[in-house]
Design a protein around this ligand. Structure first.
Ligand code: PAF
Length: 281
């Protein structure tokens, strides 16, 4: 596996691949890789001839007081996992490489970031959209794969790529869960054993919404209240429990077609998110 630390070196390799008629699949990550990330690399492998995984803890998507400084890192372990997975190249740029001295250009969506996570993380999606634009430029990716756990992020990137006419197809990969149902996340590493147990309230909240809908309840307020109730039962702090249109992320009043149940809750300082597609039967 090749390791690149500068955009110019990665771009030179990408050009050589393209000249040889090979397509490129990119999986952007912030490292501390788990099976969820590796599943995205497998999706990229199925859709492209060469797979690049980027590892970059992007400072601009963290707000003041968020976990940038303590975000878990394990470069050696990550590189081993990627090599085992048969990834062709890893891209590990420095902050200065991605944000050159005096950088002042950002990519900002107008509307999608105003929902869900964007309400409590106002700079987050501007940072995500900006860094992904740079990663797409550096890798010349034909396809980029993002996990559906960060459902709003997936929509933001897809909208941004479309709006900016970027020649990259954005593909979503299904949420990968631990055996007990908790969605895999690098941030799970922060959880104390007690918070790890309490965190199961997050997938339980989605189960509750789904069960109510299956029983015929279509009032989104009732579904939201049931989701919030699961978080309250374990004494965690709810950020949001929402039932939204899967494209616009606007709140829905009644679930009459496809909708997304989405939740964010804090277990001590650790913020976990999850979501599920709901279908009215
Ligand atoms: O989902 C993540 O890990 C990050 O938000 C991403 C897409 C790598 C951008 O920094």
């Amino acid at each position: 596996m090749d390791i690149f630390r500068t955009a110019s070196a990665l771009r030179a390799q990408a050009r050589a691949w393209h000249r040889a008629g090979l397509s490129i699949g990119l999986v952007p990550t912030m490292g501390y890789l788990h099976d969820g990330h590796l599943s995205l690399a497998r999706i990229a492998r199925a859709r492209a001839d060469r797979v690049v995984v980027s590892i970059f803890v992007n400072p601009t998507q963290f707000g003041p007081g968020e976990d940038l400084d303590r975000y878990p890192r394990d470069e050696a372990g990550d590189l081993e996992a990627l090599a085992r997975e048969g990834v062709d190249a890893a891209f590990l740029p420095s902050v200065r490489e991605m944000y050159p001295e005096g950088a002042e250009t950002f990519v900002q969506l107008e509307r999608l970031p105003e929902h869900l996570c964007g309400m409590s993380r106002p700079v987050h999606f501007r940072g995500v959209a900006t860094v992904c634009t740079k990663l797409f430029a550096a890798s010349a990716a034909d396809v980029a794969v993002f996990g559906e756990k960060d459902y709003q992020q997936l929509l933001v990137i897809r909208r941004m790529a479309r709006d900016l006419l970027l020649p990259v197809e954005i593909v979503g990969g299904p949420i990968v869960r631990e055996a007990d149902g908790l969605a895999m996340s690098s941030r799970n590493a922060y959880l104390s054993p007690e918070d790890r147990r309490r965190a199961l309230a997050v997938p339980r909240a989605l189960d509750a919404a789904e069960a109510l809908l299956r029983a015929g309840e279509t009032d989104a307020a009732v579904l939201r209240a049931a989701m919030a109730g699961e978080i309250a039962k374990v004494g965690a702090a709810l950020d949001y429990a929402a039932i939204v249109d899967p494209d616009s992320l606007d709140d829905v009043l009644r679930v009459e077609g496809p909708a997304r149940a989405a939740i964010a809750a804090l277990f001590g300082p650790t913020r976990l998110i999850d979501n599920r597609l709901l279908h009215a039967s």
